[in-house]
Design a protein around this ligand. Sequence first.
Ligand code: ADP
Ligand code: MG
Length: 700
Amino acid sequence: MTLEAFFDPKSVAVVGASRQKGKVGYEILTGLARGGYGGKIFPINPSAEEIEGYKCYPDLVSLGEVPDLVIIVLPAKAVPAVMQQCADLRVKAAIIITAGFREVGEEGRRLEESVLQIARAGGVRVVGPNCLGIMVPGKRLNASFGGDLPRAGQIGYISQSGALLTAILDTARAYGIGFSMLVSIGNKADVNELDVIRALGQHEETTVIAGYLESITDGDGFLREAERISQNKPILLIKSGGTGAGAKAASSHTGSLAGSETAYEVVFDRAGIIRCGSVKTQFDFAQAFANQPLPAGPSVAVITNAGGPGILAADAIERQGLTFAKLSDETVETLSSRLPAAANVHNPIDILGDALADLYEFALETALADPNVDAALVLLTPQAVTECAASAEAIIRVSRRVPGKPTLACFLGADKIAKAAGILRAGGIPQYDSPENAVTTLKVMNDYVRWRSRPKRVVKLFPVNRRKVEQIVERHLRRNMREIGEMESKEILEAYGFVTPKGSIATTAEQAANIAQQLGYPVVLKIWSPDILHKSDVGGVKVGLTTDQQVMDAFDLMMYRIPRKQPDADILGVLVQEMCSGGKEVILGMNRDERFGALLMFGMGGITVEVLKDVAFYLAPITAEEARQMLVRTRTYRILQGVRGEAGADLDAIAEGLQRLSQLVTEFPQIQEMDINPYIIGIEGTVPIAVDARISVEQG
Ligand code: ADP
Ligand code: MG
């Protein structure tokens, strides 16, 4: 069912309308009228004849017609009865403004459930409870108590916090930002973020979707819809920190490194959602997306009347990984023909402190005409002769004459530029309070363009031995064993094409030396016990052993020390393993998120992983390209590429490892957490080795 009745109702009833100024029931009714709503308005209040000139009705039934939208502002306890009337009348849409439901505890939760049940049975869609309501400026519909309607515009806003929405409206007013729609979903008993985002995706007047979310109800649906909608409309979200409810005790490194927000980050990434740290940043981005075309590439030209801000902008461009446009010879020549001799005719184009509006117009138009320029940033400082307002108008004119390339402005100052800032924004030129913020916006626009043109996702499937893994997993589940030991973890990995080091278990020192000889030196000794999760922590790993004597000594030492350190551990022997030399240690891992599924992890491995925390996550199933992107996102990547003349590591091999891991955890949802740490990789062409592994399973 669509939510049309919420956004374009022909008639609205306000149940709980009040005559008393300051009451929500009064504010909503008068706000609706003041907003200029053109449909019928019915106040419902059994103890009033009329309110502010509107005839009052005792209840919904007495209206003699069915209103499209019912706004309920009665106390929580009275809501079920009203909802029953809505259901009986087949009302399509109801907004419950009232608080006092799920958010106040068990009793409220039950009340909310019963209201929802009545609504569902009667086919009534419900927004709220505990919400601010809905505003549709283009339809002059103010079904909220958020104050006056904002300007009509292209931004559709969804908020899980009503209070924040009032702050957003206020900020937007200062920015001169318009909205196509604002929806406060409150407790989202029925209509949730997914419904609204879907509706905004279809809403013609909405070109940019923005929102504030605290939680996401349906992870899978959200990812799918958001990914589809982002293809046409950018989605800018503020996501406040989770409660950590999803975080459970983790036995793997990956589990403990995946914070409660990791899944959101990963899902936003995959779905092309632009995450904003604050309302201000969100508007910085939104005003550009709503009013300017997307850049075709990363090259930015800067036009300024002051050297300092030009350098700040240049620094920011460099820092953000954008390109400082190299102007063509033709552009340089054209600029020289009119700019004063002291001006800089190269990027940043410095038109000097005494530049008037006409020079801004000329410089911007020339820069935008350059094929090497994808976007322009115009800086202005209000010097004695500067024509702030006229320059703003000139910029607007040029940007209209040259479509297809975004133009952003940063007029620095306060009082002196206030009027010009208003002119810029009204003319569709986003205005920023620092070059940095303008450049960040361009960067975000570029990222979005790149995301939109990403290659089609093709997940590679490797030939694997699925049966083998099935047997091991099933056996563990049957016996209620959560942890799969190192040996069988390695069998699982081998079944999925990973190579593990050779080795066997010794129970005496002599046997250990024998195995070492067969493997060939150097070797590694590791304590072998199902009860020891992190072997190095108890002195249970000894690397680089090169003689029989060393092996026997190491064996004896482990057998002497470890039982004293961990008396309850069942020690089965010592693993003698071939030593992988010369490679780099990385970690590949997976942690399963309740809502969004398997999160893959890559990072610098070995025993320091939790200290350095240099890791990147992505959602399985993963493509080759996405796997490569995971690598790039870590600092480890630079080390893997080879520093100071060192040969680089085989990056494709790591990416393949991630894809194999992705296939394993996708085909086995019973796997809850796993680490391959270390995964030792050599230079290109050598085979990476899964040296240590840990897998835990649960009934899926
Ligand atoms: P744990 O993680 O339980 O402490 P590991 O098997 O991962 O035990 O060993 C700890 C560290 O010892 C590894 O991170 C690696 O640096 C080194 N190491 C272990 N086995 C080998 C091996 N076969 N070749 C080279 N280095 C190894
Ligand atoms: Mg390890």
